[in-house]
Ligand binder design. Sequence first.
Ligand code: C6P
Length: 417
Amino acid sequence: MLMEINPAAVTDRAEELKREFPILARRIGDKRLVYLDNAATSQKPEAVLQAMDDYYRLYNANVHRGVHTLSEEATALYEQARVRIARLLHAPSEKQIVFTRGTTESINLVANAWGRANLKPGDEVLITEMEHHSNIVPWQILRDQIGFTLRYIPLGLDGLLDVSDLDSLINERTKLVSFIHVSNVLGTINPAAELIAAAHAVGAKVLLDGAQSVPHMPVDVQALDVDFLAFSGHKMCGPTGSGALYAKRELLEAMPPWMGGGDMIREVKMSASKWNAVPYKFEAGTPSIAEAVGLGAAAEYLSALGMDWINAHERALVGYAYERLGQVEGLRILGPGPDQRSGLISFTVDEIHPHDLSAILDQTGVAVRAGHHCAQPIHDRFGIPASARASLYFYNTTEDIDQLVSGLEHAVQIFAW
Ligand code: C6P
């Protein structure tokens, strides 16, 4: 059952917002750019570009180190960004936001700081068959060093997690459940609240990979009662090399640091050192200051637009896209129906390799991603090496979807010869 779609309402505001993103005025050859690779990285609005430009032109200095005006102003901007991110996530305190370079680094931080201190042989870490590689490989590396068991919640061919055996998968040996909130391939929105409750019932901690949820829907860390949340700034209008880890305060306090160096210490002696307070204990070395400031500006920008509005826009648009793509000859959509997915759609088209599809679409001005999207186990499950993926954001319109569909029809015609 498709949801009610009002294409005009969906498109009007998005069309206005497009003008705030300079790159979206670009043309690819003589075609208007239709950017549908937002799950890989989103575009950046003037507000973010301006914040980063101002930072370098007016405030650039190292943070937490100088007693001069520029250093104090840079520190204030860096810390203001933390407050803005905490507000977006409804975190109890900005001290629970650790700046990282993105989701990958946030997950590796949890693995190396919390995991090394808390996991031992005989323990179980539960992930899913739907994970991005960044939530598989760090656990495999750690498993090989520590000797715990890594288990997977299976993926059904309907694109949903198969939770029929959850009672045995989450048991008294489970110490951590780490899972993707929204799949970057299938678009599936996983039942986070239920999985978190099941994990907590046996005393396990939960790490949520919010790379594809935080940019697109309201994510309230207190309502979810999640222990760790990892996400990337560059997928939510912020710069590359930015991101954060949210964690419960008591976990951050108890975790040893992962990386050592400047700023993460209170005192260094030849014999031993003492750690700084959280979150600084986890931010060794000069951080990515301009990137943090840009991410703070992005968080403000998204908050002002309203995460509810962004989510509603994308849900309406993905419904429209689902219906239109269904009309393309030989096209198969991976994953669940529009009611259970976020604004991204991966697909295959009979007899056409996804890379060929992407190259032909590029000639029509449409940018999509092709490949395994850093999620090979999903593609193995579906018995395909790769897929093409159109991923939407709030600045996409029904006209963008129409251009995608005519590009695909063009590709089908080329290959029909
Ligand atoms: N997915 C995609 O095209 P980083 O690279 O650290 O910012 O994010 C990693 C990551 C983790 N989890 C999920 C669900 C993701 O989607 C990503 C990044 C991009 O699908 C690049 S591979």
